[in-house]
Design a protein around this ligand. Structure first.
Ligand code: SAM
Length: 488
């Protein structure tokens, strides 16, 4: 692969052109931006005709339109030949075209650029991706970026780094970042992107945890090649692990904790098989270790046919001559394997817990980024671990600010038929509550202990305090675990 001497001047050119996420969005406007999200370039082509360096870079890299050579020279001074040699551009006598994507990207506090392979299938062109295709920022990349906790950590691992997008995020809050992949093209692009964005990433070649044997990290964040497909011998490395079924995810979940520091988190964006006759949560629960806490969230399930269609479209086989044969082979394999659905979701594992495992089906809208809510779940589990019933009675709790109470019932009725407690933030959980639970929650302002509050409610409702404690302490625990209440 080429040396990266061109990276510093490339960065200078991108800065000089103001090639940032916000400027590009402003330059092309909302409609064209949305159209580009649908892989349609025409609206943006109509908005980028000035020949300015910014318009030229947008046309070249985002719209994959050839630009006049003098425009390219103005946008990338002294760089066109070097970028052609490096494989980022190609040129004819009068025109320059992109051979890779290079796009601005923004985290909450940083403007970044990401080089990856060209987005396939713009403007309805046939999708053609090679086996070593390096994915750019996909919806899965964004999901994992939003899932990943952003607390400052000493060390972080991005397993299956692709273009390095997760590693760049991790570099914002980890002192040391290691990124691994088996695709040498991906490793080259990650090195390039790290240099382009002025961050240090230790980029290593190798499969799964091999390149980090014997090492431990405070945070491992991974969007592995999780597509569940029959072993036909064909493999797109960005999505197919080469392992059967969902064993890539099982392998990562079972062995990942060996690479965590005590209290460290492994966060996996994943697909898993939903197997006939076995509840999904029982199956995934069997992968989780007793020396870890885990929060697994099934966000969505797809039936086998929808799943096959999704991924055959992704690889450009939809409408091709062998589409039905591929579709049939894949569906037959699902049937033979007893796979009746495919779950999509998040697996979060923390080493050093007491084996508190929660597996949750949660297809509802959540606040993004969701990482802080996962972290808060971990904090709540830690808080509860040390609290026997006696200690819990001595604890003061605070109701989260965003929790609202909704009542349901006939208009004008004195008592509600149901009370719903609903979070406005994080997972946006909702739970029905009886009047005592709602009154308890409402009274949790960090002043009185749980024991004093339950005592006061028992007196008010003329109920036996011991009976009320044994009925409601488990509810209080649930309210803490689900984030309605916090230990202060
Ligand atoms: C879905 S892509 C994720 C890319 C990037 N991390 C993101 O979030 O967009 C999966 C990546 O895993 C890599 N990969 C495939 N098999 C692997 C293996 N056995 N070990 C490590 N990485 C692997 C692929 O090359 C690809 O870059």
């Amino acid at each position: 692969m080429t040396d990266l001497g061109f990276v510093a001047p490339l960065r200078d050119a991108l800065v000089a052109a103001d090639f940032t996420y916000d400027r590009v969005a402003g330059d092309i406007g909302d409609d064209a931006h949305r159209a580009l999200g649908r892989n349609e370039t025409l609206p943006a082509l109509r908005r980028t005709t000035s020949g300015s360096p910014l318009d030229t870079l947008v046309r070249l890299f985002l719209l994959q339109a050839p630009v006049a050579r003098d425009h390219a020279e103005r946008a990338l001074p002294g760089l066109v030949d070097r970028l052609c040699n490096a494989g980022l551009l190609e040129q004819s006598v009068s025109e320059v075209a992109a051979r890779t994507d290079c796009r601005p990207y923004a985290t909450e506090d940083r403007d970044l650029w990401i080089v990856s392979d060209l987005t396939p299938g713009l403007d309805g062109a046939p999708v053609a991706v090679g086996p070593d295709h390096v994915l750019g920022i996909s919806s899965a990349s964004t999901s994992l970026a939003q899932l990943t906790m952003r607390e400052p950590v000493g060390s972080a691992l991005d397993l299956g780094t692709g273009c390095g997008v997760q590693a760049l995020h991790l570099a914002g809050h980890a002192d040391r970042v290691v990124a691994t992949d088996v695709n040498s093209r991906a490793l080259w692009m990650t090195r390039l992107n790290a240099a382009l964005n002025g961050v240090e990433v230790d980029v290593r070649n190798g499969s799964f945890f091999e390149p980090v044997a014997g090492e431990r990290f405070d945070l491992v964040s991974t969007n592995p090649p999780f597509v569940i497909s029959p072993a036909t011998g064909e493999r797109l490395v960005y999505r197919d692990s080469g392992l059967p079924g969902d064993s890539v995810v099982e392998h990562i979940v079972r062995t990942g904790p060996d690479h965590l520091t005590d209290g460290g988190w492994l966060q996996v964006l994943a697909n898993w098989s939903v197997v006939e006759g076995r509840p999904w949560d029982e199956r995934l629960g069997s992968w989780l270790r007793d020396d870890c806490d885990a929060l697994v969230v099934q966000r969505e399930t797809l039936d086998p046919a929808s799943y096959v269609e999704l991924w055959l479209k992704d690889s450009g086989h939809h409408g091709g001559p062998d589409y039905t044969r591929r579709y049939d082979t894949w569906l037959s394999w699902f049937e033979e394997s007893g796979i009746e659905g495919i779950g999509f979701g998040w697996i979060n594992v923390r080493l050093g817990g007491s084996g508190s495992h929660q597996l949750l089906e949660w297809p509802y809208d959540v606040e993004q980024p969701i990482g802080p809510a996962i972290h808060a779940w971990g904090e709540a589990v830690t808080d509860l671990r040390g609290l026997g019933d006696d200690q819990l009675l001595e604890t003061t709790l605070v109701a989260r600010d965003d929790v609202q109470q909704e009542t349901v019932g006939r208009p004008g009725a004195e008592d509600p038929e149901a009370i719903v407690l609903r979070q406005q933030r994080g997972f946006r959980r909702a739970r029905t509550a009886d009047t005592l639970e709602a009154a308890f929650l409402g009274a949790c302002d960090g002043d009185l202990t749980v024991g004093r509050l339950l005592g006061a409610l028992a007196a008010l409702l003329e109920r036996d305090v011991d009976e009320l404690r044994s009925a409601y302490l488990p509810v209080v625990r649930e309210l803490v675990r689900e984030g309605f209440l916090e230990v202060r």
